[in-house]
Design a protein around this ligand. Structure first.
Ligand code: MTE
Ligand code: MO
Length: 216
């Protein structure tokens, strides 16, 4: 009865996205681990627009807006009530440093977005942050198994300079896609450039294909 499967139902498409997202589980080790043009660092550099916003947990909210069935705005407590996931990932900054074996804890974007329910035409997200930073990425990448809304790093609460209390962590894209101090996920029909993407950076930013700048 295969011909009766609802190929284009929302459920089918979401499941298909889950399956496809498996390709982001690179499992790379050894020599294969460093993307072209990168070098390994042992420290963790701080890079941002120079504004470290003071984020108050008492008023903290994550606004999930745009093409969703039900907009959400969990406070810190309800955000923390979502299933907790731990991940170990390598991160790659476009300024050529890579840092291996970062241990993260947090909530999968997928778990939040499934709760909100995706609109039929949803394809991309714009991430919004407390410092006014924005960055865009495909929904499929944001909902992959290795993406996280991270609250902890190496077992301790994420420090403010690195985006605490909560940041995005999408390890298979250059680290500028991993918005610090995240306060908004806007689901969009189609792509739109965020802050660095308007300023010459690549719309997608795959480190393995060295997609650093928009002219690459
Ligand atoms: N809100 C916000 N998120 C941001 C940035 C920023 O300026 N503001 N910079 C991006 C860039 S360019 C990088 S390389 C990483 C750096 O994260 P780190 O400072 O924790 O290393 O954060 C990304 N996320
Ligand atoms: Mo960066």
């Amino acid at each position: 009865m295969q011909d009766e499967l609802p190929e284009d139902s929302k459920l089918t498409r979401t499941k298909r996205q889950w399956a496809e997202s498996g390709r982001f589980l690179t499992g790379r080790t050894g020599h294969d681990r460093l993307p072209p043009g990168q070098h390994e660092v042992k420290n963790w550099p701080v890079l941002d627009l120079g504004v470290e916003p003071a984020v108050d947990l008492n008023t903290w909210r994550l606004d999930v807006t745009g093409l969703v069935e039900e907009p959400l705005s969990p406070d810190w407590q309800s955000f923390g009530a979502y299933p907790q996931t731990t991940l170990r990932t390598d991160i790659h900054c476009v300024t050529t440093w890579s840092r291996y074996d970062n241990d993260w804890q947090g909530v999968r974007p997928r778990d939040i977005l499934e709760d909100a329910g995706l609109g039929d035409d949803a394809t991309h997200v714009m991430l919004h942050s407390h410092d006014g930073y924005t960055t865009n990425l495909p929904l499929e990448d944001f909902m992959s198994d290795t993406a996280l809304l991270a609250t902890h790093w190496q077992g301790a609460p994420l420090r403010s300079e690195h985006g605490g209390p909560m940041r995005a962590m999408v390890p298979h894209l250059y680290f500028w896609k991993s918005a610090k101090w995240l306060n908004g996920i806007e689901v969009m029909a189609g792509d739109r450039p965020g802050f660095w993407e308007r300023n010459g950076y690549h719309m997608y930013g795959d480190p393995w294909r060295e997609q650093r700048y928009s002219h690459d």
